[in-house]
Write a protein that binds this ligand. Structure first.
Ligand code: NAG
Ligand code: NAG
Length: 419
């Protein structure tokens, strides 16, 4: 037997031992699951726990009681699609390329109109989690580009049930809202024709479907012992707001409140399912909204930004400060209120750290991991930059905020002061 043969055999034995210990390691070290619950145009003041006087969000209030409530948490942009792109890339829109010029933003163009969709060179959190063995599902609104090459299954999601755009209508025909609903890569219907009962009466079954789709996915992942990332992004609080018949007329706040109540019910149903399946100990659930409530004077949207100035589209607090809750007994110190100045982009870094996934280091990531804050550790200082389009409008640092521009551009009074 030559020396070479011996070393090959030894190497083989070493490899077998490594493979065996790796697989034992995989079995014993369960990866945590992540659920990002992102609401659409819901305001800071819409939750009972943030002071909404009707107190119609018992499940979210309970979630805050069992978890951590964040008072000073921001979206990365005051508009839906750049805010969502920032959440999923951990990067400001001016870095990830999904932004407009301020001129475009001012005239109602979204990044899809200008750049089409999220660039292939961007790394989304589901792509990173997938490499670490996760299965990723989006339930709800995507908004990172509606052309085929930009859809969720092309950017790291394994599954998707929902719509590519806002449900007020497609961009080519605003008079007949007929945006598609997808099940994975297959179009299964149109938002209003197939899933709504009556648009004018603010009736639709979509939130119920989004709740069922989330629960079915969680059950299936549990049965397969599969770590998962669920991005739950229902859009019922975006104009035109809707709820199902069960919640119709239940709120003291009108159709908008009905939508909030149904979403609150959904949050409760999902958390209940996690507890029933014994997943509560191994799942981090994060709840927030993509931007502030829109200031529109109709039954379209009556969201509340609490005590804060202005709303969606603006970088005043009402446009960017979000109702944020973290929940998960193993990761979140219960019953705490945190004044940590946070960003939705932090969810990216936080989940990657807990999932044992390396944050990309060849590009700038704007999110910061909040794992130690969630565990009850000290809060830390950091600046938050508020852009609109490609223009830096304001900076928050500590208890101070500098405004470089004070354009309001809310829908309520274009270019005038909003209150
Ligand atoms: C989506 O597709 C999957 C797999 O093809 C199927 O099992 C499921 O029932 C579909 N869901 C809906 C809501 O169409
Ligand atoms: C919506 O759900 C209700 C109650 O479950 C059902 O009766 C109705 O047919 C559904 N409508 C559509 C359009 O799916």
């Amino acid at each position: 037997m030559s020396a070479c043969e011996v070393s090959v055999r030894q190497a083989f034995v070493v490899i077998v031992i490594i493979v065996m210990t790796q697989s034992i390691h995989c079995v014993s070290m369960k990866k945590p699951n992540f659920i990002f619950m992102l609401m659409d145009d819901m305001g800071w003041g819409d939750l009972g726990v943030f002071g909404e006087p009707s107190m119609e969000t018992p499940n979210l209030d309970q979630m805050a009681k069992e978890g951590m409530l964040f008072t000073d948490f921001y979206s990365a942009n005051p508009l839906c699609s750049p805010s969502r792109a920032a959440l999923l890339t951990g990067r400001l829109p001016i870095r990830n390329g999904f932004y407009t010029s301020n001129y475009h933003g001012h005239n109602g163009y979204t990044p899809q109109n200008i750049v089409g969709g999220i660039a292939d060179t961007e790394i989304l959190i589901p792509e990173l989690l997938k490499h670490a063995g996760y299965t990723n599902k989006l339930v709800g609104k995507w908004h990172l580009g509606h052309l085929p090459q930009y859809l969720p299954l092309k950017h790291g999601f394994d599954e998707w049930f929902g719509s590519p755009n806002c449900h007020f209508g497609p961009y080519d025909d605003k008079t007949t809202p007929n945006i598609p609903v997808y099940n994975n890569s297959e179009m299964v219907g149109r938002y209003y024709e197939n899933f709504a009962i009556d648009r004018k009466k603010h009736l639709s079954n979509m939130t119920q479907l989004y709740i069922q789709e989330a629960i079915k996915f969680i059950k299936r992942m549990t049965a397969n012992e599969q770590p998962f990332f669920l991005y739950w992004a229902p859009d019922a609080t975006h104009a035109p707001v809707y709820s199902s018949l069960t919640f119709k007329g239940k709120s003291r706040r009108g159709p908008y409140g009905d939508a909030v109540m149904e979403l609150d019910f959904g949050v409760g149903a999902i958390l209940k399912e996690l507890k029933a399946l014994g997943l509560d100990k191994n799942t981090l659930v994060l709840f927030s909204s993509d931007n502030g409530a829109a200031e529109v004077d109709t039954a379209f949207n009556d969201g509340s930004n609490g005590p804060f100035l202005c709303g969606k589209q603006t970088t005043f607090e009402g446009g960017i400060r979000e109702p944020t809750i973290a929940w998960g007994p193993s990761f979140v110190s219960p019953g705490k209120v945190s004044h940590q100045v946070g960003s939705l982009m932090d969810w990216f870094s936080t989940a990657l750290e807990l999932g044992g996934v390396k944050v990309p280091d060849e590009r700038v990531i704007d999110g910061m991991s909040l794992t130690s804050v969630l565990a009850g550790g000290p809060e830390f200082d950091r600046p938050i930059f508020h852009y609109r389009g490609n223009t830096l409008f304001a900076v928050r640092y500590g208890l101070h905020k500098a405004h470089y521009w004070t354009w309001t551009n809310s829908w309520k009074e274009y270019n005038s002061v909003c209150v």
